[in-house]
Design a protein. Structure first.
Lengths: 377, 98
């Protein structure tokens, strides 16, 4: 018998899961094909921060929608995804950084975001034990937050299964068949062929490879980013702390468990698919954390790992239909996939089923110029 | 009712919870770890992963030697932030001086 679906999604990270969920809610029979297991790629390696503080209007709008979705996801999915609105605090240690934040705040306020620049003293009020040396202040948005990437992704996947969808794990797509620039079917490494009029590329770091199967080249390149987690300890502070100095870092205390989890952007960056954890990171990250919040010095690090940011030239995702009819792409999340995922999933499901997204996604178009770089990154 | 059997002591995960997740169709240690957090605590799975592998083997019939264990992550044993920080080579400072 011919194996069919209404829509096939390649990749079971947050992007594939959320997109699949909203398609399944629209009564489409969804099939997700995942080459490893759900969350194996970028989603399961991220630290779970959710923020609306961006400089790009479309990112702000997408994230306002995502925060709305995260706020009600427990009821929607019938599963606690550990959403907690503890805010994000971007620290300014230079006049330059302060100006970047102030400019971004002006844009964010136009879109109704509750955000303000606060003094160094106020930062120390919010963050118990913060080292305020060289600190000029910070951009603070109390409605930003955190959630559990695993719980969220598996929650969406369970929702798909409940709506007659299927998740195939340990299955790799090796070929996509098209006819007259229109998707027809795909072939897996298990030798099965699945037919569907819609195929969504949600393959994260591997999105370029998947796009090549229909003859498209998309500008997405993975970079290695590393993270660590500490033992659980008493509650110290709520927001994600972001230190954008060249040797800065960002970390957050998990609200439910009390673990601190964090990462930094390496300089220079580390392109490629290699996600081996480095000894440089596990010694340097603790130095940066202890510099920012000295009272963390006695807390123990229990685990380090690495993952991919899949980067586009301008630091914004690609969410679009493509010249191949029925082939959609939602990838190149540049480290923001988990937080963008729910809203982009909802918008892409609309785009696929009705032809238009409720918020125009032109600035995430595949054929854009990639000229307007995100300032808050 | 009998008392619950705790399998993962760090995260306090019981046998019942593990069995329920396997029944849902999650039949790899990597998935069970991500869903329940067992193996993510202080001991990094040294106490629980072998026990979970046995439950998994019993329920799914996979031979225990075929069950894939999650990647072991440094620092293997918990190490305080200040101790690790002492070994930092400050990679950025070096690039700045160039």
């Amino acid at each position: 018998m011919k194996k069919t679906a209404d829509a096939i999604i390649i990749g079971a990270g947050i992007i594939g899961s959320a997109t699949g969920y909203y398609l399944a809610k629209k009564k489409l029979r969804v099939l997700i094909i995942e080459k490893n297991f759900p969350c194996y790629g970028s989603t399961g390696r991220c630290i779970g921060g959710i923020r609306q503080q961006y400089s790009h209007p479309l990112s702000i709008l997408v994230m306002k929608e995502s925060v709305k979705i995260f706020s009600s996801l427990k009821e929607e999915l019938g599963k606690d995804i550990e959403w907690y609105q503890g805010g994000y605090l971007f620290l300014a240690h230079s006049e330059d950084k302060m100006q970047t934040y102030l400019k971004a705040i002006e844009i964010q306020k136009q879109y109704g975001l509750l955000v303000r620049f606060i003094s160094a003293d106020d930062c120390a009020q919010i963050v118990n034990g913060l080292n305020t040396e060289d600190l000029l202040g910070g951009a603070y948005c109390p409605t930003d937050g955190q959630a559990n990437p695993f719980a969220t992704t598996y929650g969406f996947l369970e929702g798909i299964k409940k709506r007659k969808g299927t998740i195939l794990t340990n299955t790799k797509v090796i070929k996509i068949f098209t006819e007259h620039y229109k998707v027809v079917s795909l072939l897996t490494d298990r030798g099965d062929e699945y037919f569907a009029p819609i195929i969504v590329n949600a393959a994260g770091p591997w999105a370029r490879e998947v796009a090549k199967m229909v003859g498209l080249d998309v500008p997405i390149e993975p970079e290695r980013h590393e993270s660590l987690v500490t033992e659980a300890c008493e509650r110290l502070f709520d927001p994600m702390l972001v230190d954008y100095r060249q040797d800065g870092c960002y970390f957050i205390q998990n609200y439910g468990t009390g673990h601190f989890v964090g990462c930094y952007t390496p300089v220079p960056n580390v392109p490629g698919f290699d996600i081996t954890a480095s000894s440089e990171f596990i010694t340097e990250m603790p130095r940066r954390m202890a510099r920012l919040v000295p009272k963390l010095k006695g807390i123990k690090v229990i685990r380090q790992w690495a993952g991919s940011y899949e980067m586009t030239p301008d630091g914004n995702p690609i969410v679009d239909k493509t010249p191949v009819e029925g082939f959609y792409i939602s990838a190149g999340m540049c480290g923001h996939g988990f937080m963008f995922g729910p809203a982009l999933g909802k918008f892409l499901a609309e785009l696929i089923t009705t032809g238009t997204s409720p918020i125009p996604l032109d600035d995430f178009a595949l054929n854009r110029q990639f000229a307007k770089a995100e300032a808050m990154k | 009712m009998s008392k619950p059997t705790v399998i993962c002591r760090c995260e306090e995960i019981t046998e019942k919870e593990i069995v329920a997740v396997i029944k849902q169709g999650y039949t790899s240690l990597d998935e069970i770890k991500r869903i329940l957090r067992c193996g993510m605590g202080h001991c990094q799975g040294r106490s629980c992963l072998m026990l979970i592998a046995r439950i998994l083997s019993r329920m799914t019939g996979q031979p225990i030697e075929k069950i894939k264990f999650p990647t072991s992550r440094p620092p293997l044993k918990p190490v305080p932030i200040e101790v690790l920080a002492k070994y930092s080579s400050n990679p950025i400072r070096k690039t700045e001086q160039k």
